[in-house]
Design a protein around this ligand. Structure first.
Ligand code: SUG
Length: 415
């Protein structure tokens, strides 16, 4: 039976604030702050536990090896570099698994397999180092070749940021869908990370019927305002598009393009008069997990920051009181991730598949969550100060922490 499974990225032991992402306001404004990797990973785990209870199934992907010796060599690392170059090989950015890959479930593809393409993430140095190691994990987690096809990333210079710019409209997760690809056009103050040609390439690679695909442009003004991925301004689940009024370059045209291919479309549009673009980006209202519960109703899992914003929370309360499809808004604390520009939706990759076809080592249950919690509480650094980045001692503890988790999960193969 096909189900939507959220694979959350476990926050790695080197989680830190290095201000590496141009155009990501949270990352820039927290640059140089001390970080709390243990608290960060426990916040992520608590979110997973909540969703496991709510949805009955939850997956995860593991932190990638850091510091990345191969990148350090490629950068001719000798300790004298500027802070950003020193920090890139240490980044725990793979926690944001919405950027791990683009996923097209079996009902949408020509060969009836679920296709996954790791995102090349070429726009940012610290993220461009992710995809090969991400693919190594996808190859194991989705190694059942009868049901999955895992591709290589699309080649440069087509920038691809994965599922963060992709959505899927369908009547139910197990039925055939219409896939939405949102791209940015370059030329603005900040990089447009998702290129149109990358999206089109992924669609072809996945064997999608292009008459069932929609390609639309993200409003460049939102990228200028700090929405470096489309999932900062809209989210899709089944027939519902939850979106800010200014998310797309041609908002009405976008709705029409989707409706032509998916007539059941239900738009929940948040007007700028209720929530300004700046407030949407500050609180990450749209970087939410819009999920269907087993009883068919929908919940929106938002960052705590939404509850603390009078305008955003007023909107949410009104939405809950209305007759709309989103019946409950559930705040979660992912502050450590938020400070680097990653909300609840950044932290998860959605894969529609039969859970029985996934390598069970990547699926969470209560026992495993308890074990993981113990490993994290014991081995993850409590605090990282920017000056620690690059130190031998920190490298040792970060490597040992990851290894302890791999051993606990019987995934030493990824060491
Ligand atoms: O790529 N932040 C990530 C946040 C990714 C959020 N993902 C989605 N919207 N789906 C990024 O900008 C900050 C790292 C630093 O500055 O240390 C960072 O990479």
């Amino acid at each position: 039976m096909l189900k939507e499974i959220n694979f959350d990225g476990i926050v790695g032991p080197s989680h830190n604030y290095a201000g590496l992402s141009l155009g990501n306001i949270a990352s820039a404004s927290h640059k140089g702050d001390p970080s709390y990797p243990r608290a960060a990973a426990l916040q992520g785990l608590a979110k997973m536990r909540g969703n496991l209870a709510r949805l009955g199934v939850q997956g995860f992907l593991l932190p990638l090896p850091r510091p990345n010796g191969a990148l350090q060599s490629a950068l001719a690392y000798d300790g004298s570099e500027a802070a950003a170059l020193r920090a890139a090989p240490w980044s725990a950015s793979s926690m944001w698994t919405a950027n791990a890959a683009t996923v097209s479930p079996a009902p949408d593809t020509a060969d009836g397999k679920c296709h996954l393409t790791p995102a090349n993430l070429i726009t940012m140095l610290h993220r461009a180092q992710e995809w090969q190691d991400t693919k190594a994990q996808l190859d194991i987690a989705f190694g059942d070749k009868e049901h999955f096809a895992v591709h290589d990333a699309v080649p440069p210079t087509f920038g691809d940021e994965g599922a963060a710019n992709h959505g899927r409209f369908c009547e139910g997760h197990g039925s055939a869908g219409v896939e939405l690809f949102v791209y940015g056009k370059p030329g603005g103050r900040f990089p447009a990370r998702q290129h149109e040609q990358a999206s089109r390439l992924v669609a072809r690679l996945h064997g999608l019927d292009t008459t069932k695909c929609v390609f639309i442009e993200q409003n460049p003004a939102t990228i200028e305002a700090g929405a470096f991925h489309n999932d900062v301004v809209s989210v899709v689940n089944e027939r519902v598009l939850f979106t800010h009024q200014e998310a797309f370059t041609d908002q009405q045209g976008a709705y029409e393009a989707i409706r032509t291919k998916f007539p059941a479309l239900e738009v929940v549009e948040v007007p700028s008069s209720a929530v300004s673009m700046a407030e949407a980006i500050r609180t990450y209202l749209f970087n939410a997990q819009l999920v269907t519960l087993p009883d068919g109703s929908m919940n929106l899992i938002v960052p705590e920051e939404c509850r603390e914003s009078p305008t955003v929370w007023t909107y949410c309360e009104e939405m809950m009181a209305s007759n709309g499809p989103i019946r409950e808004v559930v705040p979660v604390d992912v502050r450590q991730s938020m400070a680097n520009g990653g909300g609840p939706a950044c932290l998860r990759l959605r894969v529609v598949c039969d859970p029985a076809t996934v390598d069970p080592r990547f699926l969470l249950d209560e026992t495993k969550a308890n074990q993981m919690e113990r490993v994290i509480a014991k081995a993850w650094p409590e605090q990282i100060d920017p000056a620690d980045i690059g130190s031998e001692a920190l490298a040792k503890s970060v490597i040992a922490a990851r290894l302890a988790l791999l051993e606990m999960l019987d995934l030493q193969k990824l060491a």
